[in-house]
Design a protein around this ligand. Sequence first.
Ligand code: PGA
Length: 311
Amino acid sequence: MELDRLVEVLVERVLARLEGRLPLPSVRPDPWAKPQPLVAANWKMSFPKEVATQTPAGVKEALAEYLSGVCESPLERVDTVVFPPATLIAPLAEAVSEAGVAVELGAQNMHPAESGAHTGEISAPLIRAAAGRWVIVGHSERRAASESEDEVAAKVKAGLDADLGVILCVGEKLDERERGAMFGVLRLQLRSALAPTALRPPLPAKLAIAYEPVWAIGTGKKASTDQIAEVAAFVRQVVSEVYDHARGERIRILYGGSVKPENALEVMEVGDIDGLLVGGASLAGDSFARIVEAADQAKRGRGRSPVTEVR
Ligand code: PGA
């Protein structure tokens, strides 16, 4: 093609894009950018107060009401994930799609196998089939119910292999902190949970680590910001050792344990904290919305996190 003709064609294309006659080329999000804050609602085995109802129609209405509270928050700037009891994932997914709100859903636990004779369990493919995109692994309430480090590790790998986002929970008990065993416990939990994925580590947006001191869960005794900062820095260091420096910097670290609308901002202002895992205070849509709002506010105050080159 002659040069003049080439220029003409290019100019015509640019004009067509600007005038909307041709779609703009899609800009793919950079998978290596530090992901935006992540705030997760863990309903455990409870219904939000709006969902305390008996019939499927009542449940549907109540879930919509919960979401109408949540949608008051800046959902476009905060990855917001709700983990209802497994039986409510599908109805909640329907309510989310009807309301058109940017909320993702996940399961509070899963079995590492894809299918099989495991009565009462659910697998990653079943979570995906119910429109769940996330799973919580290794919550202390499950560890207390005898979940081993090996089981936690197998679940992390199975979740990531199925392309679910995984929130891995780690945390020390009070006596472990008091007798100076905390860092050893956390190191063991992290190293063993991440080891099976060390050769093929996940993209930063796919894995989050929730620091949940067992003594702070459901007790009203939130850890202090100094305690949270100390552990969050330690978690980054161990993730860097097991995976690499880039992931150590970018993988989101959440704090969980007695987070409420009143203390969410101070936790989110801790430098290494990128999000929150909220139990009791996530059971009302408006309370959870205020926590999401605090996460956004803290991030805007902090500005963009420095992103270093991926090696
Ligand atoms: P809590 O629970 O916010 O009710 O303390 C947190 C959790 O267990 O994830």
